[in-house]
Design a binder for this molecule. Structure first.
Ligand code: C5P
Length: 224
């Protein structure tokens, strides 16, 4: 068991327009968060899972999974990176993977691939190629330029790194006021070049209302 998993789940999901945060919405008979945790609990190389939830979160303790012996709950922070950093304080393994609570459709082969690629100093992230033509806007509703998609990727999670440098880099980047929307951006800021591990495009982050139906379909396919 060489990995600890960190699962940031302290967001409020404002783009979802729902009464409760997206990680607690129902998906395939369980909550989104339980689906996500099940993918991680299944993997033999992952020991403990540290879930960062909001301080005033009345939902997590109601889940049966909250009492799972391998799951530890910690309090998240203002931004996703604060939540991850709080959780990293409890990680005792040399390697850690960070996976969004809102990505329940993670396939086992993708998890295997990112864990294998991540055990080196640069770390690794699951990613998929951009398929649409990309445009840069001019800020006034028109196209400024087209951006070549040949080298563009969507950064997904899990993202896998050595624990000590990740902790240091995240804390330094936050102190420097960087905008950090994933762990790789903090590592890049510190001069690292994490590996891109090409993964499946159906590893979506539930963000908008229509994503829940899509995730339900992908999960059903996964179980067939
Ligand atoms: O907001 P976004 O979709 O990028 O959130 C990605 C993940 O980070 C979600 O699982 C969300 O719950 C989590 N998050 C967090 N703490 C915050 C904001 C988001 O753990 N302050």
């Amino acid at each position: 068991l060489s990995f600890t998993a960190v699962v940031p789940a302290a967001g409020i999901g404002s783009r979802m327009a729902a009464d409760i945060p997206k990680q607690y919405l129902s998906l395939g008979g369980r909550t989104v968060l339980e689906q996500t945790l099940a993918r991680l609990l299944d993997h033999p190389a992952i020991g403990r899972i540290i879930v960062a939830t909001a301080e005033q979160d009345p939902w997590f303790e109601q889940l049966a999974i909250a009492r799972h012996p391998r799951i530890l709950r910690v309090t998240g922070g203002r931004e996703r990176a604060d939540s991850v950093l709080n959780a990293l304080a409890h990680v005792e393994t040399d390697w850690v993977l960070v996976h969004d609570a809102a990505r329940p459709c993670l396939h086992r082969l993708d998890l295997d691939a990112v864990l294998a690629a991540g055990q080196q100093p640069q770390g690794a992230v699951l990613a998929c190629r951009v398929r649409d033509t990309m445009k840069r806007g001019d800020g006034e509703g028109a196209i400024s330029t087209s951006v070549s998609r040949d080298e563009l990727w969507h950064a997904l999670t899990p993202q896998c790194f050595a624990t000590v440098p990740l902790r240091q880099v995240l804390s330094d980047a936050l102190a420097a006021g960087c905008v950090i929307t994933d762990e790789a951006s903090a590592m890049e800021w510190a001069g690292f070049h994490p590996r891109l591990v090409e993964g499946r495009a159906d590893n979506i982050k539930i963000t908008r209302p229509e994503d829940l139906g899509l995730a339900g379909f992908f999960l059903q396919q996964m179980n067939e």
